[in-house]
Design a protein around this ligand. Structure first.
Ligand SMILES: [Zn+2]
Ligand SMILES: [Zn+2]
Length: 252
């Protein structure tokens, strides 16, 4: 067999293997969705429970003015976290058949293009036209309007109709973790050596870990919003940029 035939066979085997791996990963993410939601709710609830039962009583009496003020701030943050989380999960991100002319104009103008001058692309999976910034999600198996990414923690795609809930969820959870970290640090600095600080220390470590994990993600999305991009477009631009650097390096 000629060398080129070997290369063709190897390429075919490699592409069929990567396709099977991708299908397996897509199915796993789809099946694990409810587990991710359960895990997120459990982690957030765990921080809330320890905050009200351990941290807050060790700083202020719940009957005092400061204690009541902290209870009101906490409940306001908890309400916003869960409100945006629930709405992000249950709001349909939007598909090309949902959008009206007004929304089409809005999507097109946010991409810096005139609606009338945009050539529609075609999705071979859905057999439908794709408006600008629409992408096919291989996990949801449909086209998503202004798709940002598929979020396993939401068990949903993040797109045109639910992006604001996703962004606000990140914002309030980030603020909530910063607030919990600060509050947990107060009794940690003031405790005697004899006191049992296991629960406070656990809450502090959990809150600060989630805070640092969210810091990069939240500010990255602030950058995307300010530059009128979605994550999927940023990823393609970055891959395109890397490809050009690689080609330039080969030429030099
Ligand atoms: Zn599609
Ligand atoms: Zn999806």
């Amino acid at each position: 067999m000629a060398f080129s035939s070997y290369v063709r066979t190897l390429r075919y085997l490699w592409s069929s293997l990567t396709l099977k791996i991708r299908i397996f990963i897509d199915k796993s993410i789809q099946l694990a969705g409810p587990f991710y939601i359960f895990l997120a709710v459990t982690l957030i609830s765990c921080i809330i429970y320890l905050f009200f039962t351990t941290i807050l009583p060790s700083i202020h009496s719940v009957n005092s003015f400061k204690g009541i003020s902290h209870v009101i701030i906490s409940i306001w943050l908890i309400f916003n976290v869960f409100f945006n989380y629930i709405y992000c999960i249950k709001t349909d991100p939007g598909s090309p058949s949902d959008f009206t002319d007004v929304e089409h104009d809005s999507i097109s103008s946010s991409n810096g293009q005139e609606a009338s001058g945009v050539a529609m692309r075609w999705c071979k999976n859905c057999q439908k036209a794709k408006p600008p910034m629409t992408h096919h999600c291989h996990i949801c198996k449909r086209c998503i309007l202004k798709m940002d990414h598929h979020c396993p923690w939401m068990h949903n795609c993040i797109g045109f109709f639910n992006y604001r809930f996703f962004f606000l969820f990140l914002f309030y959870l980030w603020i909530g973790c910063a607030y919990t970290t600060y509050m947990a640090s107060i009794p940690l600095q003031a405790t005697d050596e004899d006191e049992d600080i296991t629960q406070i220390l656990f809450t502090f470590v959990l809150a600060i870990a989630v805070f640092f994990a969210l810091t990069g993600l939240f500010w990255f999305h602030v950058y995307l919003v300010l530059s009128a991009q979605v994550y999927i477009k940023f990823r393609f631009s970055f891959a395109f940029f890397n490809q050009h650097i690689y080609q330039d390096l080969l030429k030099s």
